[in-house]
Design a protein around this ligand. Structure first.
Ligand code: ME8
Length: 498
């Protein structure tokens, strides 16, 4: 059994979770479930980024202390993940004492080793990004609230590791994925790389981890937050957990935080003599009417509203099926309803109804026996197996939307098979033959449900349990036991009426 360590970003608790946060977290959950079924020892980490200016300002606006604010908002994230069936192994908060100690330990070591130094700096500061930016970045980027700041601060010698980082990216094809993002980072590294300002004077920001070597300063929020990926799994503790799980197999995120993960984080790790993560994967944006979702534009979709109304599986299915990993996608309620009605209500829901009613009416609520297969049956089995193999390969290659399409094609194929064989007609003259058709349909439904389980765990589990099967069962034909008593499920995916 090999280990598999996957992470999401730690979300800012300056606001409620929205569809974008839900997407990355569901994606990590889906990949975790796929890997678990493939018998990996999975560790799935998520959490919240609770220090820094954004959070301090959000608390001030509400007239509460930052501590009270984060304690309240973290619950909203945890509740959302519960509703969305997110099965994480650990939820880290950057305000956890253990994490704060780890950050301090690393800061002390790097200060001692000389990779952190004190200096005066004058430069452009982006309040929205909470970092110093270059003139070029200001011209090309989408930075808000940029001001000139002259300040004494502590700096991390990031530039020292520039060529080592470029070598690493060039010699490790899958270090940054997709390819386009890798090229973007290599392009960024073609320019001069400045050292990283890693402190904020307390006169400007008090809500942060105090520097262990200067009580007048707190740590820059990114230097604090990135360390979560190692503090959560026991870095510098007296056990083997860290050595077992590290390096991370996947750091998932959207492209907005690519530079911090592909430049700041690896150079920090190099300075600590810690190996680099295996893959940093940046997915695309969920857009609303072709613009980025943002609170200031007032176009934020709350995942809980949708999950409450349509069920968490409906939301998980839509987000995973409608985004090609790595590309942007547009979120509209219309496309959500269309996708749900077509794939889940019509194809999947109707099939479940049909099969369960046929079994209940004609076979006393028991899976019928299979009799002799005809060439039509053999052909059906072959087609299902082909789609199953494709779906599995897609999942392994993280082509989640293709894996879903191939799995739902199995469901469509079963509907077609039933229509062509019409067991409701043949049952009168040849019960054994009708039983074989229904057995094969129920077995293919089991295989489809196992394949769709990582995406829609709640409804898939329901179907599988009702046939006394498990999501972990293998997907070979013939695993479904004849004579198993079934529990009838009614209207598993009710249609959304316009
Ligand atoms: O950046 N489409 O937190 P954050 C897709 N605290 N994904 C989206 C999205 C959208 N429209 N909007 C947000 C931070 N996301 C830092 C991270 S990590 C050590 C610190 C998702 O709350 C996506 O994963 O702004 C993106 O990278 C992340 O939320 C940013 O979350």
């Amino acid at each position: 059994m090999s280990k598999f360590y996957i992470t999401t970003p730690l979300y800012y608790v300056n606001d409620e979770p929205h569809i974008g946060h839900a997407y990355t977290t569901i994606l990590a959950d889906v990949i975790s479930r796929i890997k678990k079924i493939q018998k990996h020892d999975v560790y799935f980490l998520t959490g919240t980024d609770e220090h820094g200016q954004k959070v301090q300002e959000a608390a001030e606006k509400r007239g509460v202390s930052p501590k009270n604010h984060v304690d309240e908002y973290v619950k909203r994230f945890k509740n959302t993940w519960k509703t969305l069936n997110i099965n994480y192994d650990y939820f880290i908060r950057t305000t956890d004492q253990n994490h704060k100690n780890k950050v301090k330990g690393i800061l002390s070591n790097l200060y001692k080793s000389g990779d952190i130094y004190f200096d005066e700096y004058e430069g452009l500061y982006s309040v929205s990004e909470e970092r110093f930016i270059t003139e070029k970045e200001k011209e090309e980027g989408d930075f808000r609230q940029v001001k000139k700041i002259k300040e004494k601060n502590y700096f991390f010698k990031m530039s020292k590791y520039k060529s080592k980082l470029i070598d690493h990216i060039k010699s490790n094809e899958s270090f940054i994925l997709p390819q386009s993002r890798r090229n973007e980072i290599l392009g960024f590294l073609n320019n001069e790389l400045n050292d990283l300002c890693i402190s904020r004077p307390k006169t400007r920001l008090s809500w942060g981890i105090e520097l262990p070597f200067d009580k007048d300063y707190v740590t820059y929020v990114w230097f604090d937050a990135l360390i979560n990926y190692i503090s959560a799994i026991g870095y510098n503790e007296d056990n083997d957990r860290f050595n077992y799980y590290w390096p991370a197999d996947y750091h998932l995120m959207a492209k907005d935080i690519l530079t911090t993960h592909c430049v700041y984080w690896p150079t920090m790790l190099m300075s600590c003599n810690i190996p680099l993560p295996k893959t940093i994967f940046a997915h695309g944006w969920w857009l609303m009417d072709d613009t980025k979702m943002s609170k200031s534009l007032g176009n934020v979709i709350k995942p809980l509203d949708l999950a409450d109304k349509y069920g968490s599986d409906a939301l998980r299915y839509y987000l995973m099926r409608n985004m090609v990993l790595g590309q942007d996608a547009s979120f509209t309620l219309d496309s959500f309803e269309k996708r749900y009605n077509a794939d889940l209500a019509n194809d999947f829901g109707n099939l479940v109804n049909r099969i369960f009613i046929l079994i209940s009416k004609n076979f006393d609520d028991k899976i019928p026996n299979k009799d002799i297969f005809d060439s039509f049956d053999y052909n059906f089995i072959k087609k299902v197996e082909k789609l199953r193999d494709k779906a599995k390969e897609d999942y392994t290659n993280l082509k989640i939307h293709d894996g879903i399409e191939n799995s739902i094609s199995i469901i469509r194929l079963i509907n077609k098979f039933l229509e062509e064989k019409a067991p409701w007609k043949t049952i009168k003259e040849n019960k054994a033959k009708a039983g074989t058709t229904i057995y094969l349909s129920a077995e293919a439904l089991r295989i489809g449900s196992v394949l769709l389980y990582p995406i829609i765990p709640e409804k898939s589990s329901l179907i599988l349990e009702s046939m006394e099967c498990l999501p972990q069962d293998n997907t070979d034909f013939g695993n479904l036991k004849e004579k198993t008593s079934i529990k009838i499920i009614k209207n598993i995916f009710p249609r959304i009426e316009e």
